[in-house]
Write a protein that binds this ligand. Sequence first.
Ligand code: NA7
Length: 520
Amino acid sequence: MVGAGFAGLYMLYKLRQMGITTRGFELASDVGGVWFWNRYPGATCDVESQQYSYSFSDELENEWRWSKKYAPQPEILAYLKHVADKFDLRRDISFETRVESAVFDEKTGLWEVKTDRGDHVVAPFCVMASGCLSVTQLPQIPGIENYKGDVMHTGSWPHHDVDFSGRRVGVIGTGSSGVQAIPIIAKTAKHLTVFQRTPNFVVPARNGVLDDEADRRWKDNRKELRARARVVGTLCEFSTKGALDATPEERENEYSRRWAGGGVNFVHSFNNIYTNQAANDTAAEFVRGRIREAVKDPAVAERLCPKDHPLGTKRICIGSDYYETYNRENVTLVDLRSTPIKEITKDAVVTSDATYPIDMLVCATGYDALTGALEAIDIRGRNGLALKDKWKAGPRNYLGLMTVDFPNMFIVAGPGSPSALANMAVGIEQHIEWIADCIVHMQERNASLIEPTKPAEDQWVVHVNEEANKTLFPKANSWYVGANIPGKPRVFLCYTGGIGRYRVKCEEVVAGGYTGFDFQ
Ligand code: NA7
């Protein structure tokens, strides 16, 4: 098993319960996955803490108390460490170990896994719990290698405190990570220059203390709330009304109410924001109005207004004082669309019209999402076929869980599954439980191999694309379509049909005797 984040820890727990010996490999020195690496200032989950947690253990749910509506990274990491301690999971994980290859041996029907520490493990099953946002992407800017100051990526942040005081800091990237880090860095940096390629829609988090009553309410009603989350992913106030069926005044009131409440509820103000451009435009215009209100300099406000993609089609950012930060005297916003970066020198970022001397460079430039971590490993299936080659034109798999020619290799929260579009905690639990049930099923029918059929895989790929094309998502150049990675094929990577429908499909497959899979 590769990875000891949310997915790997639960997989390990589950397999141990089933009496299956498991060996986990993890690059980090401890558990946590993205929450181990993302230690940048302001790092916070954009799903509410109570919902972004495991539901499999009543005891765990009862004993853990979240302090905030949205948990900051240290608290999520503490939670995952607590899970590892409580269930004694670390003893089956080799830390600081990179899996270099996983090769299926057709003669033995076993997987052979090799690591950079010289491990050579042979196992009937291979589970890839390697994360969907775990391979960081540094910007490919001429001269970046000559820069003499510190370069830090938000997704592989140093473990020591980073002191910005008295320093001129540059931040490249204004996605979720940049949006969270920028207001905090601005508070102590001598000067902060933000290099923005695409402005994003940022809704206020309105984060705050989770009081005893909120804690009790969740714990008392947990069973029902969790059951509902299994259908919808993240519990929100979902509207049953279309935006264009409301009067302009009703729309304004609804958007204002949700804006005041904070968080992703805003995107669900109406039920067609993700699917209807005109409906989406009304929500987008509302946000642009708030930006123009918040930012004093009209020229800066205009640069911050997203105009090239529908709201929510790049993951909506949840921020705290993001737009207000641009009113600070020590913050400069550079619009890379009108003045692109030409090069980075030993001490400055040079755009087409100016030179910005900086002492520290923060890259909030994202990830090679969903396929990056899988393709970083030399995974080979039947006839020595490399996964990388099979997926050259985009990932192909069945239910996002398994791929033809790679028997007994399960992928957790990978491409073709709801993954990052669902609440990751909910999606991961569903995947792990499906995989565990599948292995039990194989034991019962005395099967040693499971593999999807080619027609099932082909149909799933078509279905994933059809579902994506019913939405506005493909319109944006986002990491959901791999647009942030030069040369990556443009394919919509997540299943947009919803975790509820996806779950039903997975259950139907099982009820039909694992329709679309062959057993040996
Ligand atoms: P994102 O959302 O991929 O954001 C990366 C940002 O970096 C985005 O604004 C990019 O602009 C920008 N970027 C990337 N490469 C460059 C270069 N070469 N030059 C200038 N700007 C660049 O990553 P995050 O870490 O913020 O968030 C990832 C997910 O983690 C998030 O969606 C949540 O699910 C949690 P672009 O938009 O591509 O023009």
